[in-house]
Design a protein around this ligand. Structure first.
Ligand code: NAD
Length: 289
């Protein structure tokens, strides 16, 4: 089976590598030549543009930053839909607006292309280990067709509803993740300001009811103030915007989400957009300085 993989960044690169190792023919494309060279080095094939990547593909996967990049790749003159063979299964793993996912699915259907929105959670670690959580929106039969491929990328792969539902679940995921980061930052600061060593203090939290993947993976780097991404503040800012818009559309009030969105916006405004989202700690520190 031939898989076109477009967007070989922090997440896409290790995801494509899993598919190469699983024995699929993977033809990758990224606007970054460096990213393409990395795929070639591990046995993937590279394309000069989107059209070339999808030309012979049975399945296409995109892992792009945001809705505008997905629209460009999907709808562009030299884009995916213009060059897909009928029957192509298009899996978009990017985190984008649910309405964009629904539009891509509608326009693709007119060209005989099936679409799944399949955003992921688990961070770079999850992508490298192949242990992502994948939330899939679209038709049940397309989910079944994608199940084997997605099984190489994640350990929790769930069909959550129709087109766009995967993105709505991802928005819910991101507001929880943002909230936990904010509170972990506040816990670290409370311990430090009280003269309690945050190392053993946070170890205890990680083993108790407050324990989470974030505490497990990030507490030490946060205490050391190491904020290499990972997942950039810029991308989390985008995701909080998606969550706020989804709440408005659904007619619900999410007050804590609003607060978390403002903290993430402050991190971006303070120039931390390219740092890991655990850098929310810097915002809490600045409030207290
Ligand atoms: P990234 O910026 O590292 O990767 C995106 C890649 O897309 C880059 O290599 C970029 O060159 C490429 N690209 C951009 N426009 C393109 C175009 N028009 N054609 C081809 N390639 C193009 O971002 P990432 O961290 O890998 O995130 C990708 C998506 O996954 C985002 O939607 C993000 O929200 C989501 N996500 C990220 C993480 C994480 O921990 N990094 C976790 C879960 C979900």
């Amino acid at each position: 089976m031939n898989i076109a993989f477009i967007g070989l960044g922090i997440m896409g690169s290790p995801m494509a590598a899993h598919l190469v190792r699983a024995g699929y023919t993977v033809v990758g494309y990224d606007v970054s030549g460096e990213r393409l060279a990395a795929l070639a080095a591990i046995g993937g094939q590279t394309a000069a543009n989107v059209a070339e990547a999808v030309a012979g593909a049975d399945v296409a996967i995109t892992m792009l930053p945001d809705s505008p990049q997905v629209e460009e790749v999907a709808f562009g003159e030299d884009g995916l839909l213009a060059h897909a063979k009928p029957g192509l299964l298009y899996i978009d793993a990017s985190t984008i607006k649910p309405e964009t996912s629904r539009r891509v699915a509608r326009e693709a259907a007119e060209r005989g292309v099936s679409v799944l929105d399949a955003p992921v959670s688990g961070g770079e670690r999850g992508a490298v280990d192949g242990t992502l959580s994948i939330m899939v929106g679209g038709r049940a039969e397309d989910f079944q067709a994608a199940r084997e491929i997605l099984g190489h990328l994640g350990t929790t792969v769930v069909h959550v509803g129709p087109h766009g539902a995967g993105q709505t679940v991802k928005a819910a995921n991101q507001l929880v993740v943002g909230g936990i980061y904010g509170l972990v930052a506040e816990a670290i600061l409370l311990l430090e300001a009280s003269g309690v060593d945050p190392g053993p203090g946070m170890d205890v939290l990680a083993g108790g009811l407050a324990g989470s993947r974030i505490l497990e993976l990030k507490r030490q780097s946060m205490i050391r103030r190491e904020f290499t991404p990972g997942f950039r503040i810029d991308l989390h800012h985008k995701d909080m915007g998606i969550a706020i818009a989804a709440a408005r559309e659904a007619g619900v009030s999410l007050p804590l989400t609003g607060l978390v969105a403002q903290l993430v916006a402050a991190a971006k405004a303070q120039g931390h957009g390219s740092l890991d989202h655990s850098a929310l700690l810097k915002v809490i520190e600045r409030i207290n300085s």
